[in-house]
Design a binder for this molecule. Structure first.
Ligand code: PEP
Ligand code: MN
Length: 333
């Protein structure tokens, strides 16, 4: 971190500032130019309140020169992390497609979709049991019963499962779940992230509706700093001024996150677009951009789905998409 001082700052003021920074266990490198003096802060600057430092009378600007995320940072861990979900590997050249309905609705639905996505080449089954709905009057998911049905689908198909947690109070219900999803609305539920960090379960961490990539990485850091390194980052579209699509897919998040972090990057083209017509192109584009996997909503009868039917592919559409994805993968690896 560097602090650029205002012109005219006296030696005594600099001495007092260095003394104050030393109390935070920081060494200071002073670089005196003809007009401005720059202080280089050496040590663990994560404890420095940048706004407070910047608000001091003598300080013109404060800039971070190293990222505040450490464990998720590629600089400290150059090799790609490979996360194992059941016997499926993701990251470091391993690509995985997760698919299934937005919500588990009943036994017949989840079992038939599970079989269909497996036949179409998906490696992991998705399905929401605890649903974060905008309206309290909308279908809230089957809860624990939904997880039981997902486990039954896992037993019948052999596919590992990923499903969303909303509250830490339900963690024990997830004991046999292969990967826990933290949804966009909970990306900054820091208590939840910390508790998941104490488990060893893979966590699919979705980017918040209005969160920067650095904030996503800081949330991953919450999980990792508690000892769980099995984190996957998921770009699922962000809210912009555009209303034609449900969200705006930030595809550049894929190469940016790969540059900044060693964690696998997954793209969700379903929530990103909100429209089944747009899902195949965005899934193909995300694959071409180097995503380590996709999470796609598939429903046996989208027009009657209890949640997100408009963005759900039919099994036949998903199967057709699978063929395209495989061709893109062959072309880029
Ligand atoms: C979901 O995966 O069904 C979901 C609610 O996703 P998001 O948190 O990205 O909106
Ligand atoms: Mn959904």
């Amino acid at each position: 971190m560097i602090a650029i001082l205002k012109q005219g700052t006296t030696r005594e003021q600099i001495r007092l500032l260095i003394e104050w920074l030393a109390k935070l266990d920081l060494d200071v490198h002073v670089s005196e130019g003809a007009e401005v003096t720059v202080l280089g802060l050496i040590g663990d600057t994560s404890r420095v309140d940048m706004d407070l430092l910047g608000s001091l009378e003598m300080v013109a600007a404060v800039k971070r020169v190293s990222e505040p995320f450490k464990q998720a940072n590629r600089k400290f861990h150059p090799k790609d992390t490979v996360v194992q979900v059941g016997d499926v590997k993701i990251g470091g050249g391993h690509f995985a497609v997760m698919a299934g309905p937005c919500s588990v609705e009943n036994e017949e639905q989840i079992l038939s979709v599970a079989q269909a996505v497996k036949d179409a080449g998906a490696q992991i089954l998705r399905g929401g049991a605890f649903k974060p709905r905008t309206s309290p009057y909308a279908f809230q998911g089957l809860g624990q019963e939904g997880i039981r049905l997902l486990l039954e689908a896992k037993r019948q198909t052999g596919l590992p499962i990923v499903t969303e947690i909303m509250s830490i109070s339900t963690l024990e219900v997830f004991a046999e779940v292969d990967m826990i999803q933290v949804g966009a609305r909970n990306m900054q539920n820091f208590d939840l992230l910390r508790e998941l960090g104490k488990t060893k379960k893979p966590v699919l961490l979705k980017r918040g509706l209005a969160n920067s990539l650095q904030e996503l990485l800081m949330s991953a850091e919450y999980i990792m700093s508690e000892g769980n390194e099995n984190v996957l980052l998921c770009e699922r579209g962000i809210r912009t001024f555009e209303t034609y699509t449900r969200n705006t897919l930030d595809l550049s998040a894929v190469p940016v996150l790969h540059e900044l972090s060693h964690l696998p990057v997954i793209v969700d083209p379903s929530h990103a677009t909100g429209s089944a017509r747009l899902v195949p192109s965005m899934a193909v584009a995300a694959t071409a951009a180097g995503a380590d996997g996709l999470i796609v909503e598939v429903h046996n009868d989208p027009s009657h789905a209890l949640c997100d039917g408009s963005q759900s592919l039919t099994p036949a559409q998903f199967s057709e998409l699978g063929g395209k994805i495989r061709k893109i993968r062959e072309a880029i690896v």
